[in-house]
Write a protein that binds this ligand. Structure first.
Ligand code: ZN
Length: 288
């Protein structure tokens, strides 16, 4: 199966009371680890690509070509969406042209009028091409590709206005932030989440900054309409810790331990383990 839009998998998730994981990719190992885990566990999956990561991987066309080829050569049969994470107006157009199957146009930092107008433009484009579209209201706290926001709460009225444009899913701040959570974090605001869920008539909601949110809070958020959970930092931390351990144990200096296929293997496995743990938590296993 080639790339698919995230629309069907997310609408199914809302109906089934579970969420699909969005895992950011950074290179071939990351992509292979996530795809293989999804296939082994028969889970739908969303591969997220930030603009910074796309640039790092030589551009949208390189990323789309690699992912499409991997689906074929790894015999991946579960639904896979290739999604632009926090896309700018220009970046979203480029990702669409390169063959991404899902787009986030993040107008959360722009004035609401501009966000609405540009989101509406992408609704039209994505409908024509059969792509899924994620919109964002308000900014999600923390740092993502150098953009810093501060744990905001979205306005449910604005959420409804943007949801009614015909988007597929909506990212709205409910106290979540990107990166590691500070010790004095207040937790997710379920009252605001419920208001947004009701205002948007059950449209799939997206929880950004999935790393470090306690499991019970994630489950409660899913029960209140969150159908897509973005995970990035957690895979990075797991990869770094496993790679550090390998080198600190001196394994790169034993035999051919310097071979990148050996050197990167513990980190690869750590990503797989993290993805599996998240899919268990989100309830997406066996839902392909
Ligand atoms: Zn995000």
């Amino acid at each position: 199966m080639g790339l698919v839009s995230a629309k069907e998998m997310l609408n199914k998730a809302v109906a089934g009371g579970y969420a699909v994981g969005h895992f950011n990719i950074n290179n071939l190992e990351w992509t292979k680890a996530i795809l293989q885990t999804a296939q082994e566990l028969q889970s739908p999956v969303i591969l997220g690509v930030s603009e910074g990561a796309a640039k790092y991987m030589c551009g949208y066309t390189t990323v789309a070509s690699m992912v499409k080829a991997m689906l074929e050569e790894l015999n991946i049969t579960v639904p896979v969406a290739l999604h632009l994470d926090h896309g700018t107006y220009e970046g979203a157009k480029k990702a669409i042209a390169a063959g991404f199957s899902s787009i986030q146009y993040d107008g959360g930092h722009a004035p609401i009028e501009e966000n609405l107008q540009k989101t509406a433009e992408f609704v039209k484009i994505c409908e024509e091409k059969g792509l899924s579209l994620e919109a964002e209201v308000g900014s999600i706290g923390g740092e993502e590709d150098g953009v810093i926001g501060a744990g905001e709460l979205a306005d449910p009225v604005q959420c409804k206005t943007i949801a009614d444009l015909g988007i597929t899913m909506l990212a709205a701040g409910i106290g979540n932030i990107h990166g590691k959570y500070p010790a004095n974090w207040q937790g997710l605001n379920f009252e605001v989440l419920s208001q947004i869920h009701n205002a948007c008539s059950g449209k799939p909601l997206v929880l950004h900054g999935g790393t470090g949110i306690p499991a019970d809070m994630v489950k409660k958020a899913i029960s209140l309409g969150v159908a897509k959970v973005n995970v990035n930092t957690e895979c990075q931390l797991a990869f770094a810790a496993a790679t550090r351990k390998y080198i600190e144990e001196g394994k790169d200096e034993q035999g051919k331990g310097y071979d990148p296929r050996k050197l990167l293997a513990p980190g690869f496995q750590a990503i797989k383990d993290t993805v599996k743990e998240k899919m268990e938590l989100f309830g997406s296993i066996g839902k392909a």
